[in-house]
Ligand binder design. Structure first.
Ligand code: AMP
Length: 208
């Protein structure tokens, strides 16, 4: 079973994809995490992607499609995958369709006010990329990851100035995917403004 988590930035795709991946024992494939890893390791890919990411713009399709294609060739993807943050354009969706069959698209939705509150309070672990929120998902110890004791930080693109640009990018380039997958009759809408447990149980209902 190959599943896409679709929705605006900050709606909870990463949090829910990680939980679903754990539940089904499938890999979570997050292009955002892969790109941030490349930035951290200062690879050529990372250096090229960084300026787009910091500005809230998308990294070129050819770059992202290339890294996903490579990742999907690994043996752990044979049973199924949870794709989080990919595809983000129709061109990416069309390229993906040539690589694997998509069985379900979970479309998480929430108002801009919820998204802005979630993104501005979000904190990410530098080491294992786990996601927290200052109010909704606080770590046990302030600033420290519960899982690996890594340092929690605020992503550059989670700052107020970039959030608006990311939402614009989402509306223009990614939202058309809702219609694209709805037409294929594989898209299910879930209210992403519920708490983590609520969204997770709705997603499990759809998938099981
Ligand atoms: P995310 O962690 O999914 O919010 O992604 C962070 C940033 O990485 C985005 O704002 C984009 O700049 C870049 N990015 C992640 N996934 C993609 C994608 N599928 N296509 C293009 N850019 C992406």
């Amino acid at each position: 079973m190959n599943v896409i988590l679709l929705g605006p930035p900050g709606v909870g795709k990463g949090t829910i994809a990680a939980k679903l991946a754990g539940h089904f024992n499938y890999p979570q494939i997050s292009t955002g995490d892969m790109l941030r890893e490349a930035v951290k390791s200062k690879t050529k890919l990372g250096m090229d992607a960084k300026s787009c990411m910091d500005k809230g713009m998308l990294v070129p399709d050819s770059v992202v499609i290339g890294i996903v294609e490579e990742r999907l060739k690994k043996p752990d993807c044979r049973k199924g995958v949870f794709l989080d943050g990919f595809p983000r354009t129709i061109a990416q969706a069309e390229a993906l369709a040539k690589i694997i069959r998509i069985d379900k698209v979970i479309n998480l939705q929430a108002d801009d006010s919820v998204i802005i509150e979630r993104l501005s309070g979000r904190r990410t672990c530098r080491k294992c990329m786990a996601i927290y929120h200052l109010v909704n998902i606080p770590p046990k110890k302030q600033g420290v990851c519960d899982k690996c004791k890594g340092e929690l930080y605020q992503r550059v693109d989670d700052k107020q100035e970039t959030i608006k640009k990311r939402l614009d990018t989402y509306r223009k380039q990614t939202e058309p995917l809702i219609g694209y997958y709805r037409k294929k009759k594989i898209l299910v809408d879930i209210d992403g403004s519920m708490d983590v447990e609520g969204v997770l149980s709705a997603a499990l209902n759809v998938l099981e």
